[in-house]
Design a protein. Structure first.
Lengths: 159, 159, 159, 159, 159, 159, 159, 159, 159, 159, 159, 159
């Protein structure tokens, strides 16, 4: 069975994690999350890469660059979640199974945060569990990839 | 540390699981999901109960009855997700940490499925991973309860 | 003059009264409210019955069953207030003068609580006074019935 | 050719038929409608069962229970027509050809009655003809079943 | 009892019936539908005329011209259903009982097809049963006319 | 215990009461309502003042002037209910417990009457009971003031 | 036949007429319009009074004061046209036939000027003809009053 | 001074005038209105032509044909008022001063009648005065033409 | 390879081209555009026919009549673009590749011009280039037909 | 260079400043703000007048009265900001450069406070800086007037 | 006559062309499109430069940099079309004639793709013709530039 | 007292200032504004840095980088004002007092410019005064910082 590889992508302001409004986002830093993700991936024999950017267009490019390497993407598009057709199109175009994660519960915040432009092109969405959202997102991505490999066929992305 | 107990609640039509539109909902039956949840809970020394109902008001009552027993709730409110103020109020009133799960990716279906009336009173929401959504939901609930117990204080529900 | 009879109906989650979010709903229990209503009714020579249910359809049936017995209804449809065409139709169909009451001030909460589907078929609505809303509702219902009897004609419900 | 069986389902407040607002709903009672439907079914060699409930969740269950027995469903979801995702999902899940009927002309009443959440998962909708809506609905269902049987293939429900 | 006469009116593009998108509209031609309607009318001793036009204003005129002759109208306004105030006004002005029919289930198509500007001035609407919609529409119109004649009074159109 | 004082404020067109559309507003005049309010206040040892104005800005000033004198306000803002941010701000600024009353059932009239800009800054709202709305409003205000005095603390206005 | 009397009412900023944006409102002053109206009224044996105010509440009072004297009102509510429920209620309450006039063509300006809260309670509306709108409004009011007197019955205001 | 010529255009269903819903539209026939308009035009030395059509496209053509002949247009676009971009464009393209008239008070009817697509390209709009709306419309058109001629310059249409 | 034939269709008011608002639509007449289209078609060995009509229903019929003759349609539906379901249905029903063109840039005009009801059933849309829009439309249609013929298969219309 | 004169206008409830909700509006009183404005004006050789009113119509009149005297207006329309077409029209009609100021940050409060009906006719808007908003507003007005005088031409108001 | 120069700009994800969803976007790569554009430009003696970027802000800068060099821009803003005020402002600010092109028919896809924020500041828009959209866009730009040069005046951009 | 430092941030297209549409934005260049800001800051003993970028994500990063250095931010987010959740989140996360400025009066332009996504997380907003908006913004920021330092406590940002 092919080596499984996961690309983790962090969107705008996530580099501030642990310093920003801890009541909403917790005190864990992004480096700590990436370390924990790396540890969990290693335990399961999975390769994992992480990247953060504050630029919408760079998220588009990171998604495109994941194409030849990754089996799946775990992405937190941050503030671009609610408006970015470009990221939606990138996820759709590269066709990798993608899991959207958010630290906070979008449904309990400003109304505009309840609309996700990007989630429709992902397998699913996980929100509200702080750093746990990433770990659950990794589990979801891996379960999806394993299930697809087991069935010997690329499970079609749901649109 | 107190015994952890999780109440799993399945809403309308979930009793049909495995027979209904497998392209959208998969072939796993509800009994299989409940068995897998029970197995996972047992592995982690957690008590778990499951119940399914097609009635909105009975979901309200099952949430109320979980109050004195459960440490957390994992709920799939099914079609009531999008309109039920009564279930929202019940989750809010009993004050148990609650995780909302959905089999399908609500963001990739009819527009009315993207609004969740109930999720704002939950810790978070997981959707799109088929039966995995439940297993991730159990993990999310347990991680939340453990974190709360570790900090020796009831972590406040996010509203 | 005919004996006056009032049916009091409590909707979903009102059985939790006194335990739920006291800052919003106060500390009085439903049993205490029912006892006070009974005491006030008795003082005025009025028969009074109370019932609570968490099921929308049972509220519909309780309204229907009030028809042959009651002179008026005092109802708190709880979370069903904002969506239930079935309860609206039941109030309209039985044709009894009905007073809608709410413990909290709906106008000061989430936007969706400001729309009442049911109130248009009631005589009027009272909200925001905690347990007092029920007592004022009883007074309103009795004043209405007495005025109707005095004028020797069924005062038409306003639509 | 297989015996044809039709399940008729009446939603909330339809038990009041003939007593409620005759200017809108006519004077025929539900028992009379069921008797006439039975007579017509018998004339055509068709089995017919009727049921009425005021509970949304029981409508869901009656639809589910029709699955192994019925060739088609004729349903009047009453006030649940305009909000019930659960009934919509049930109709979709059991996959029986379903005809939605309404006594009154929904297009000539309150604006909220013009949206049907359930009709999209039915074959079609008939409204405005009083008790006749049911008889026409039975004809529509039978014509559909016969046409399907004639073509020796389950005609796909239109979505 | 006066001779019953029914005017059938077909709106834009219905002349293409049988050639247009058979998956949605079936393979029956308009001539076949008109022939079947004529046969059914004759069987019941009813006069029936049919006309088709692609022009909104000609539908207005055909409705006006039906006034002195017809007992009822069966109309499929096609694409004009969703915007034509002129046809709505014509139906309202001539005051003949009118049944609106559609081949396809409007509720299962584009959102703009779920609004009918014309149906509010008709007795009722039937949609989704292919050519059967016309036959059911004829039955509905005749049942209405017979019921009106039996009660010896022009049954008022519902608005 | 401090002397309780209530300021009653009547908005635009209420000076016409008893002459305007009696089917909607009843035949009682404003003078009769004020007399009855005065009588009821006197019976309970409460001081009461009434004022009517047709000017939005004068309502603002009457609310401001009530500040140093009154324990509570009972207000019917009439047509300004649905648009006046200035009255909302005045109620909010003076901080007196305020009860909003309306003669007619706003929920059964034009859609624009169902939005109250002012009610969110009041304790609650009472509508639909004709002159009784004022008497119930007085009772609600007094019950609120008494409850606040009993608890020896200014009960916080709900926002 | 009774003496005909017309009350002309000018709303906010109309006192600036002739000085304000002549490209939109023309160069005629309000005094000139009132003089021309007086001349035309006198020619037809009609009494006419004019008043201008910048205060919404004073327009309400001027409408109320017209009641015992006037046969009809010609009103330009200016900027209050688009929001004033109080003026709408005043027109409705006094029950005098009222003609709404506007100097500019509301349909060719900002979108918010196309909604008139007040016109629904008037006989009709005339807009776009500069000072002529007033003269046409006077003609419309007189034609209405004469027609009503001729038919010896108060023609009911249209709602 | 050039001879003044006015083209009067009647839209759909106006040929039914006097027969249609007299409570809303009065008992005067279209022929009577045209005769009265002709009489008034003749009295003022003005040429006047009238035409009625039920077809939107024919209204477009009648507007175009008025161009070389008429000084002004008085038009009642009937049901096309609320949707016809084609008529709006025709009025705009020919550039003749145009007065829009309506028999009924559009502001007091269904909400969709309050939007006029065509009025923005006219000088102004007159509605609610029955047949008088036409006579006032003629006066408005003539006053406009005379004022333009007096100022020796084509007064620009207001957009 | 089959002879290529293109039907050009001009909607309402396009017969006025060159006379109407030259700042928006230019000074070229429709005859000049048709001549230029004919010249270009001839150069490429393509048959071309043009037709103009101001009637929505005639556009429907012209589309239908193109079916047996044309390889493609170039259409400017003018003011009907924004509302005509009938034209949309006609384009959809005949199934010919259709290019929608507009002289002006719809995105830079009134908001209602930005919605095209018809474009969704065309291959694509070209707007803003004056007469050039037609010439580009012809090029687009021909490129599409040639590409389809080259691939020896009817390229499916995009919906 | 002409003497510069500034009219400061305070709208409803601003007389309560310093007593009302200090967390939102600060503790400075209106008298203190007026004194500081006067001091600053004097320092710059500018005449300054202040006025406060709770009445919308009086704000209209104060704006009109500023016309012959003032070089500019600094206005806080308070609660009328969000609805007053009359104030908008007054600012537009007198044509004086006007600066709109608000103590609180409107963008961080209720959604309805983010729409300003009046600001479109002002030079600009300043909000969120407490009493400083007025001082900045004075600076903005003076800078505008000086710039206009320097260029020896009335700078056109932006619409 | 000055040398004509065209800047072609490709927005986000267009670098994936030929690999992404060929059913929607075709199999031609971006390099092939650029080569074809270059060939066509060369044939017509026109200079042409192409650039692609996935970053919104870089599109802004590429538009700005085109200013001193280019005679016109052909741009496909991709997913930024529907939200980017910054790109709209850039097109507006540099003032070069700009043609917006899209490969797919935006009107046949998700509703949010039918709104173009950028097109209002372009000459026009071409969508739906795959790679042909670019070639038609080049033709449109060149025709525009030539026409402008012929008339010896910078044709004003339409807003 | 600590040295005060202000970071000035200019968003997209502001580098074009003085060249772009002077009627709307004036003729001052960005360099001139920065020079004037620097001069004013120096006069008051304040350090000031300026930066401009056309990239949304770089604005996010510039805001983040201001954190350890600046006492306050003056920002003109340009076209990103109306959509950027990422910039809103950055302002919120770094927690520096931020003043939003705009050259033009947003309330007098396209409707979409009246919504600011970013302003809710700033202290306040200043718009409409051309280059003066920046100078007033600097004053506002300094007044805020001084007031905060004087009170010896970080004044809480208003949300």
């Amino acid at each position: 069975m092919a080596k499984v590889r996961v690309q983790v992508l962090h969107g705008p302001n996530l580099n501030l994690l642990g310093t920003r409004d801890p009541a909403v986002y917790g005190t864990t830093t992004l480096a700590e999350i990436d370390a924990e993700l790396a540890r969990r991936a290693k335990d399961r024999g999975v390769e994992l890469r992480s990247a953060q950017t504050n630029l919408e267009g760079e998220l588009v490019e990171l998604i495109q660059q994941a194409k030849p390497w990754a089996s799946a993407i775990v992405i937190n598009p941050g503030g671009y979640t609610h408006t970015s057709v470009a990221i939606r199109d990138a996820i759709d175009a590269v066709g990798l199974p993608t899991v959207e994660v958010h630290l906070s519960n979008l449904h309990a915040r400003e109304p505009f945060r309840q609309v996700s432009v990007t989630a429709a092109k992902c397998i699913g969405q996980i929100c509200g569990f702080g750093a746990q959202s990433y770990y659950l997102g990794l589990d979801a991505a891996l379960a999806h990839v394993e299930s697809t490999q087991r069935h010997g066929q690329k499970r079609q992305r749901r649109r």
